[in-house]
Design a protein around this ligand. Structure first.
Ligand code: NI
Length: 156
């Protein structure tokens, strides 16, 4: 297990587009485990590879109820809408209200290399959208409905 360094807002790598994973091998699986350990230690719900400095299309999510690893994910469908509080491990101290789809359906490779469809709703759908945005070089505040003031953050 290794705890990786989380890249912070302001580092230009976060604005770059990640590239597809071409091969699922032991090296990748170890990296995914390191991502999970890093996310857990940082107290986050999701982490994309770019946030630990690798421009690869892989992300991990753990909402406490559901755990997901997505490899080369593609959005198939999205619907509905939700507004909720959002932050990011790469953007410490920043919180905003975002508008995200309420439901999503994504196609992804599993860690065994199988192509599957994943349906998600509510909080998990929001987390998937947040992490998939990282793969495109987007950050949650880019189109947040609004950002919280310092006073609001102190009262969270
Ligand atoms: Ni993030």
């Amino acid at each position: 297990m290794a705890i990786l360094n989380i890249v912070k807002d302001g580092d230009e790598i976060l604005r770059k587009k990640s590239k597809d994973i071409e091969k699922i091998d032991d090296k990748l699986l170890t990296f995914i485990q390191d991502m999970k350990d890093t996310m857990e230690k940082a107290g986050g719900v999701g982490l994309a590879a770019v946030q630990v400095g690798k421009l690869r299309r892989v992300l991990v999510i753990n909402t406490g109820e559901e755990e997901l690893t997505l490899i080369n994910p593609k959005m198939l469908k999205s619907g509905g809408s939700q507004e909720d509080l959002e932050g990011c491990l790469s953007c410490p101290g920043q919180w905003g209200i975002t508008r995200r789809p309420m439901k999503v359906e994504v196609e992804t490779l599993t860690t065994e290399g199988k192509k599957v469809k994943v349906k998600a709703e509510g909080f998990l759908a929001k987390a998937i959208c947040h992490e998939m945005d990282h793969l495109e070089g987007k950050l949650f505040y880019d189109d947040a409905v609004r950002m919280l003031t310092q006073e609001e953050i102190e009262n969270l």
